[in-house]
Design a protein around this ligand. Sequence first.
Ligand code: COA
Length: 268
Amino acid sequence: MTVLLAESFAERGARERARALLDAGSFRELIGPFERLSSPYLATQGVVPQSDDGTVVARGTIGAQRACVVATDGRFLGGSIGEIGGSKIAGALELARRDFERGSPTRMVLALDTGGIRLQEANLGILAVAEICDAIVALRLVMPVVAVIAGRVGVYGGLALSTSLCSTIIVSEGARIGLNGPDVIETESGLDEMDSSDRPLIWRVTGGRMRHEQGFASEIVPDDVAAIRSAVERAFADPHPLPALEAPAFPDPRLERDAFLRALGIEP
Ligand code: COA
């Protein structure tokens, strides 16, 4: 009798998740913890920084093809993204785009587990997310950009916006995808709107299965390394880089403002 035991992806740390997604023995970390590139803003706020800033960038191969996996560490400040971690992610995406231009296409996987922009680094995190979104949009014109949302946190806030730009979104049932987190909704709109301690409710609203059913995720997978690896390989096996995103023609914000002032009876 063969007993197949699932090997949990969610129970691994970011570095081990990146290692699990890359072909055995191919993991090589860029800007690793010994570079001591940690956030300079946390200590002054009484938070102990982490020497990789909670973001792991690893090169290697997937299906014997050149690859890069970015994994965020949900155990460090909820996997939130500040200036350093955000720059690492945007830099990795830009590097993959340059690899393609140099004739060495790189399979890019974002294994995100994050509460979004780091509250302690607010504006810097917002800038980082803008750079990440920009880099995803540029890369997916030439190569698929695959998101794996299969950690304990899931993906929230600005990074949920970035995730939605990826060409394939693989989600596990235990993960979550949302814009405002339950804590933020409860704080801003009260307990009637969202009880952030009601975990079944949170998963009913933002859980992986619900998001897949709503069409926000391309594929739902069990919390199993082998299943996630094969979903990633499938995403690259049929590599149809997506066309440019069609951005709506944004009205000139100054005209909007003028119209708003006129509606209030104020001549701008
Ligand atoms: N910035 C800084 N810290 C964050 C964070 C963020 N964006 N998101 C989560 N964390 C921290 C939490 O404060 C908590 O820290 P603590 O252990 O010191 O208390 C830790 O990560 C784990 O979060 P917790 O809320 O205990 O875990 P959870 O599984 O119950 O919920 C979230 C995780 C992400 C759903 C919840 O923390 C949340 O709603 N966060 C806000 C998400 C959001 O709206 N982001 C928008 C920013 S763009």
